[in-house]
Design a protein around this ligand. Sequence first.
Ligand code: HEM
Length: 396
Amino acid sequence: MSDRTIFDPDDPEHAKTGVPFGELAMLRRECPVARTPGGAWFLSRREEIDQVLLDVESFGSDMTPGTGIDGVENVPDEQLFLPEIGEPRHGQIRRLFNSALGVHRTQKIAPFVRETCERLIDGFAEMAEPDLHSAYAMPIPSHVIAHIMGLPEGAPEKLIEWSFNGSVMFRPASPLFSPDGPPIHAYLTEWVAEERAKSEPSSHTVKVFLEAEIEGRRLSDVEIAHQLQTMVLGGVHTTRGLLAHCVERLILMPGLFDRLQDQRELVKVFVEESLRHDSPAHRVTRRCLKDATVGDESMKRGDWLSVSLASANRDETRYDEGDEFRLDRPDSRDHVAFGGGPHICPGASLARLEANTAVEALLDRFSAMEPVDGITYPPMPANLSYQPLPARLTLH
Ligand code: HEM
């Protein structure tokens, strides 16, 4: 195997230099099914990625890498996160997520999202050079998820902390946090028990999970806590990434802010192009459930796959000038930023609502948004970590 077929998606350099789109383009051309230094398969082309995302019989989701557990088979059933649950149970539990997060629900919470954006803007509108990452992009998703779940005051700050320090990915089966689990586990399990004791639960979301009967039995508090944790790990960091990318582009792309002011109908297109061009979830993981063939490669049961959604979203066979950020693509929603197949993101309409509202609220309050003189804006890190986004704002 030549050196060129090895790609390290975990290269710490990417935290400084951003997603290595040049290398990904080379892989798509020369080695669409490559290897990682750890021996996983690395997929970069839309064709193979669509195949793997759709074929859940051959490729299973497994979120244990990096948490000290050697595969999902070592996790007790009660502690499985939604993507790791086998069919048909995955589909049955996923219906509860759809009930909590579908378009009909997100429309109901639109006023809360708008108020949250307004309130945060009030906090920095008069400042000279506010950091719109920490003051805006970061808090919005955790406030919204805490609201959807009906969590008590103080929860949004905790959700941000646990998403940032990575503990949201762990569970009691992970040796690092065994046997009590990470702080989010204790917090949610206790809260679910309190909700169960109430005559009327605090939110539609928790009520749906408490009342659901699947295969003839109710979910336990621990099971519900893990599903709510899945919502946090799926929806806080990722949406923060989308919002940060949108804000960054509004600050840095010449003429964009004015254009969106004049053509508000383009805000939705702008958000979709951001999802495609700067996919917040760079990649997802799969594991072969049986021997399989992808491209020219034969894979064995148990093999790991790293699936680059960021790369698929720039695939030149699918997009003209995929590296360009354009608002005139034939179908702005043609991307895999939310995945595909049976695991496609159930929070997509919520994420879209948050991003559209956040951009609209900025356009309504300010007439200009510009970079701060003398400051360099390095590329956003590839691993969804934090980078300040200072801006000069002019009120209407
Ligand atoms: C811009 C924001 C978001 C992005 C880019 C994103 C991306 C994704 C992707 C790529 C997947 C598929 C993962 C895979 O195939 O392995 C996924 C699944 C999931 N997402 Fe999102 N997501 C976002 C927002 C949200 C929100 C707001 C929530 C919930 C509040 C959420 C909850 C979930 C859940 C529960 C799954 C697992 C679905 C399943 O396995 O059936 N996501 N998301």
